[in-house]
Design a protein around this ligand. Structure first.
Ligand code: MIG
Length: 789
């Protein structure tokens, strides 16, 4: 307990508060972003916040010393700090946003008669013990909680408790799971319709209890480290995410092919198998961009090697695949096989880049290769060395890296808590470094590939911490081919998106257990807008490629994979925007309808961007699906039927139907479907216009390099105005920097007619069909206008 405030000092943009027994700081990062931390514990930097993108130079704030509290006022917030460093946040009208809970913890009592139940094998939930850091905050009745990365259960986390300790547990993930692979200590609170964020930047085993032990308060705490958290003001959830991702970083624009269809399996374990899979996609006219190689491509599971027998002339194999338009991604695990004369092992030993026990002896545990040592990713030298190891893979043409087992997972019991990490001389123990192991491995991989190639690195990781989105994309680990897991995929991915992890996906069809044909179809449908679009399955489970079930499955899967490819420019635009505003591709409905309480607990619908509403079927045998449409008018993607929002509708949803709605006033870009991204030069942009009033920014670049950062991209602004008497659409350049312009536009309209097309004020011929018009343009233009009298 900090007890009484003795004195305080204002030092630039932070206030130092000296209490009888502790010292705290309140740092004003921006008017609505406040860091609260304790003096002392760490003098090394945050792993999540690596420099931030705020301009804190001219911040104005006032500090007022009242008898029993200190009051800090910024342009957005009033912060009241009381004894014991209790902190309350108010808006400028003095409405409370978030207040510390000033009473003691008072958990419900867990009654049990004896320990027999546990002996018999029942897993009883333990009590949440007092932590060395813990913060209790009041819960108001109408409060909802979101975020926290990859949690099981529902969109809204109220009433549940979670632990942050990166864990590989391949048994089917269910609602009562407290841990999973990732640790993202970020919470988005919605108090009535006022959003705020809390980011608890602590890497030790942490706990978040959202009113489970007592409905009056929620709790975050950790087993070590110090008090260090950020309060992020809304009132809009969009603003909270914008600020959170300014702090911890944003998903960089990916290479375009990464948005295509990925096919994986544990494992395509020979050259013949890989080639047969690839050929089948082309033969069957199912678009596919990427084949993944799981652990069996390696020589004896040794990382940065490959099996020369099973993968005869790997470089040639990859070259052939490239010619057919496939990219290849290989898995890399952290464990390094303990084997003399294996170069990676020798170098790791020589440079002392391994984890040690407290006596400095290399720590050994078992993973796929048998006995292994583990690289110490907290060491910058190790990260650099590990990153450079990718050279061998890049030389034979590998296009991306998939990092697995980096919680880290181990077969011979977990790594003890006192395993030592060097952290560039500021040593730390496993209990502090565990949750950042995957994060730092991703960083090493990203930076390595970035130094060795001139393309945007593509990394997928299983374990992560806050901020990993700067380096990697994510998949949700070992789900199963269960309907529950298809259902869970949606809230899990939405919460990951809210937590900064925008580029995420689940194993389509499910990893463990055997998929059914119906489940696979519904999973493909539900994934049309999940950024990572990969079918993956476990060794020993039934085959899961789209053609391994009856013909109907192949046909319907193909239809939806093709639909995905139509929307590639839309998804790519969302990534471009996400680099600017931090917003994810897959969004819960409340993000754009924050005052609509019907959206707060909507688990099975999401928005792709702002204007496409997805209501996939996630129940076996469901023929009719209830869909909630928020405010506005919504157009059924398939039938063109218009529906009034703020309304529930029932959609017929036979197996080949994916309920999908476009908001009136939307302009949506599409490309011709290709076998793979980049197969053809795209000269024609197809626009689907849902008449109304609205605008849209479309982005175009080379799809792979960093040239766009020097302005080599085109940005088009499309605007439509639906006036009483007339209707007008205009297309103009906002940025002209990339030389491949479209030479033709095909514009499809719903329920309207176009009478005139003008390119740079000159009337232009156009072809008209029932619902669309097409016209050619001569490379460059300034402005295109379409009129309806
Ligand atoms: O313990 O590499 O989550 O995607 O196929 C299993 C084999 C190790 C776990 C990953 C999964 C991958 C599998 N791996």
């Amino acid at each position: 307990m900090a007890a009484k405030l003795k004195n305080y000092q204002v030092e630039n943009n932070q206030i130092k508060l000296v209490y009888e027994s502790q010292t705290f700081f309140v740092k004003i990062i921006e008017a609505g972003v406040i860091q609260l931390f304790e003096a002392g514990y760490k003098d090394y930097d945050s792993f999540a916040v690596e420099g931030n993108n705020f301009n804190s130079a001219d911040l104005n704030f006032e500090v007022e010393n009242k008898k029993d509290k200190l009051i800090i006022t910024t342009a957005e917030l009033v912060i009241e700090i009381k004894n014991n460093f209790e902190v309350d946040f108010y808006d400028l009208d003095h409405n409370p946003i978030s207040k510390d809970y000033s009473q003691k913890r008072d958990p419900f009592i867990r009654k049990k008669s004896s320990n027999l139940a546990e002996e018999e094998g029942h897993k009883l939930q333990g009590e949440l013990k007092e932590q060395s850091v813990e913060i209790l905050r009041e819960i108001s009745t109408a409060e909802k909680f979101y975020g926290l990365g990859d949690r099981t259960g529902h969109l809204n986390k109220k009433g549940y408790r979670y632990q942050l300790w990166n864990t590989d547990d391949p048994s089917p993930h269910v609602e009562s799971f407290e841990v999973l692979y990732k640790s993202i200590p970020f919470v988005l609170g919605l108090k009535d319709d006022y959003a705020y964020g809390l980011f608890f930047d602590n890497t030790f085993r942490s706990y978040f209890d959202f009113g489970k032990e007592n409905e009056d308060y929620f709790y975050y705490g950790a087993e070590g480290g110090s008090l260090n958290y950020y309060f992020i003001n809304g009132p809009s959830a969009k603003k909270v995410i914008d600020s959170y991702t300014k702090l911890t970083g944003r998903t960089p624009l990916p290479q375009k092919w990464t948005l295509g269809n990925h096919q994986s399996r544990w494992s395509y374990d020979s050259r013949e198998r890989v080639e047969a899979i690839a050929d089948n996609f082309r033969k069957k006219d199912i678009p596919c961009d990427v084949i993944h190689l799981d652990i069996d491509y390696m020589d004896d599971y040794k990382v940065f090697t490959w099996d020369e027998d099973k993968f005869r002339d790997m470089k040639e194999m990859i070259g052939n695949l490239h010619e057919k338009g496939f990219k290849v991604v290989t898995i890399i695990d952290p464990g390094i096989k303990k084997e003399k004369d294996y170069q990676v092992y020798d170098q790791c030993l020589e440079n002392k880049y391994y984890l040690t026990d407290p006596d400095g002896i290399p720590y050994v545990n078992e993973v796929w290769p048998g006995e292994c040592i583990f690289p110490d990713f907290t060491s910058s030298g190790c990260r650099k060395w590990w990153g450079n190891n990718h050279q061998k893979l890049l030389e034979i043409g590998i296009d991306g890296i998939w990092n697995d087992m980096n919680e880290p997972a181990s077969f011979n019991g977990p790594l003890p808590e006192d395993i030592v990490f060097d952290n560039d001389g500021q040593k730390m123990e496993h209990k502090e470094a565990h949750n950042i192991y995957g994060h730092l491995m991703s960083k090493s991989t990203y930076e390595g590939i970035n130094n060795l190639s001139n393309k945007r690195p593509f990394v997928i990781t299983r374990a992560s911490y806050a901020g990993t989105q700067k380096y990697s994309t994510f998949w949700t680990g070992d789900n199963h081919s269960l309907w529950q897991h298809l259902r869970m995929a949606l809230p899990m991915l939405m919460n990951m998106g809210l937590s900064g992890l925008s580029f995420s996906g689940t194993d389509i069809g499910g990893f463990g257990s055997d998929a059914t044909s119906e489940l696979l179809i519904r999973w493909y449908q539900a994934s049309i807008f999940t950024p990572l679009f990969r079918n993956h399955s476990s060794t020993g489970s039934r085959d899961q490629e789209p053609w391994t079930f009856k013909q109907e499955v192949e046909e319907i899967s193909k239809k939806y994979i093709k639909l995905r490819y139509k929307f590639i420019p839309y998804i790519y635009d969302l990534f471009w925007q996400g680099e600017k505003n931090g917003l994810p591709v897959m969004r819960p409905l409340f993000l754009h309808n924050q005052s609509d309480s019907n959206t707060y607990n909507l688990n099975d619908q999401f928005l792709a961007g702002e204007n496409i509403l997805m209501a996939p079927v996630v129940q076996q045998g469901q023929k009719y699906r209830k869909v909630y449409l928020p405010e506005g008018k919504w157009i059924d993607y398939w039938t063109g039927e218009e529906h009034q929002g703020n309304n529930y509708i029932l959609k017929e949803s036979s197996l080949d139907t994916l309920p999908m709605y476009i908001k009136k006033g939307s302009i949506i870009p599409n490309y011709e479907v290709q076998n793979y991204i980049g197969e053809k030069k795209i000269d024609e942009l197809k626009l689907k216009i849902y008449p109304g009033t609205g605008d849209y920014l479309h982005y175009q670049d080379d799809g792979e390099s960093f040239d766009y950062q020097e302005g080599k991209y085109n940005l088009y602004k499309f605007t439509q105005n639906d006036f009483d008497q007339s209707y007008k659409v205009s297309l103009e350049f906002k940025n002209k920097g990339y030389n491949d312009f479209y030479s033709s536009f095909e514009i499809e309209f719903f329920n309207t007619d176009i009478d005139e097309v003008k390119v740079d004020n000159e009337k232009t011929d156009f072809e008209k069909e029932a619902q669309s018009i097409t016209f050619n343009i001569n490379g460059e233009f300034r402005k295109i206008e379409l009129f309806k009298a």
